[in-house]
Design a protein around this ligand. Sequence first.
Ligand SMILES: *Cc1c(COP(=O)(O)O)cnc(C)c1O
Length: 384
Amino acid sequence: MQFIDLQAQRARISDKINAAVAKVIEEGRYIMGPEVKEFERQLAEFSQAEHALGCANGTEAIALPLLAWEVGPGDAVFCPSFTFAATGEVVPWVGASPVFVDIDPSTYNMDPAHLDAAIEMVKAEGKLTPKVIIAVDLFGQPADYPAISAIAKKHGLKLIADSAQGFGCTLNGNHPVHWADAATTSFFPAKPLGCYGDGGAVLTNDAATAERMDSLRVHGKATKSDIEGRTFEHDTKYLNMRVGMNSRLDTIQAAILIEKLAIFADEIEARNRVATRYNEGLDGYVESVPAVIDGGVSVWAQYTIEHKNRAGLQAHLKANGVPSAVYYPIPIHKQDVYSRYPLGPNGLPVSEAKAESVVSLPMHPYMDEETQDQIINAVRSFNA
Ligand SMILES: *Cc1c(COP(=O)(O)O)cnc(C)c1O
């Protein structure tokens, strides 16, 4: 049994993907070829965003808006600690300081009340300037964007939605970019919308942010508005207007993603069928089955339960041929290299408790009922 069965999807669309890849190889436009632009157009349309830009991975996707907004030394960026390390990692990249915020115990996403308290705390201390909030759509479900964006507005902060696990999720019918100044995702193969290697994207409804990020992902190349009304003696292709980076989405990956995006809505439905069936089969047998925020649709990057004897349950599952995984055993603020950064008031007790009890079960859109019953029965037969 696979934790995530990527080959099942491949069986469904391998002909289309093979043809799309062969076409790119044949045509030879490997860097920023036409498939990249076409995929960006489709991605923007899918998520009801004005602008979508491909980039090299989901980590650099978060760095791009920070760079575009010139976030740097002395600035505070508020983010959860119960997430993949990349969420917090990009903040020191630009010289700013992460400030870690606790999570809601039922959704595992950023706790808006603790966020507000953390911003007030940083303001009162007067050492750092609050600049940005990074909310995470952990395990696939949307963060509480109405509450978080209201707090961002109140304090004059920018909001990034790290939707690497949640791309495709909605809240009251809207995608995270509806509330966020920028929303990011990862196309790492195991994510709900994955490619065949590394890839990422950043979405925004702000034209100026989009233009600056487009420049930054190609070494700070001159944009239209950089050049407008000026004359140059040389090719403007070699003008570098800002210190950027190399963070492009490969044409081959874009071609693969076009085929995968075509079936993504259908896969989100299938993931929700699997999750509902898990909830029905496991409720009452474990400490908790996942709860999704009211009005939210999760894309179920993970199906995560809690158990007080997690190690025992995992050993029992393994003995029954069922793989499981713990996301995340160590919250970021508990990692040595991040331990010097500030925490919101009274620390992060919920994040620390969840790290001890969560365990994720196999989840993918092609799981058949027989396989799922085997998993459900294995959990149910464990008597702690
Ligand atoms: C996977 C992930 C990222 C990073 O994506 P990469 O493409 O691996 O760089 C960032 N944030 C979260 C929450 C993730 O799960």
